[in-house]
Write a protein of this length. Structure first.
Length: 93
């Protein structure tokens, strides 16, 4: 299913789900899960997956992060979260 088809199915733009400037891996998991639920997709994405995707492994991250909360944790910028979500949905939803 393409991101565009998913948007039609949920009758809402994917960008509308992302209301904050940054997202912790846990919060990003909640938002993406909400999109899937609204679209009727029976798939559960564990928050641990998002923590793994934001972890630096071999010098790379699957989801790019910035320092958040004065350097006390990884957060994902809104535009990166939207871009990753659209790509994920195109491949996996």
């Amino acid at each position: 299913m393409t991101a565009e088809a998913l948007e039609v199915q949920v009758d809402r733009n994917i960008e509308d789900y992302f209301t904050a400037d940054t997202y912790t891996p846990y919060k990003l998991a909640q938002v993406v899960q909400g999109i899937l639920v609204d679209a009727g997709v029976q798939k559960i994405l564990p928050p641990q997956m998002f923590y793994q995707y934001t972890a630096l492994k071999n010098g790379k991250q699957r989801i790019a992060t910035v320092d958040g909360n004065a350097g006390k944790g990884r957060v994902v910028a809104r535009d990166v979260a939207i871009e990753w979500t659209e790509k994920y949905l195109q491949k996996n939803a």
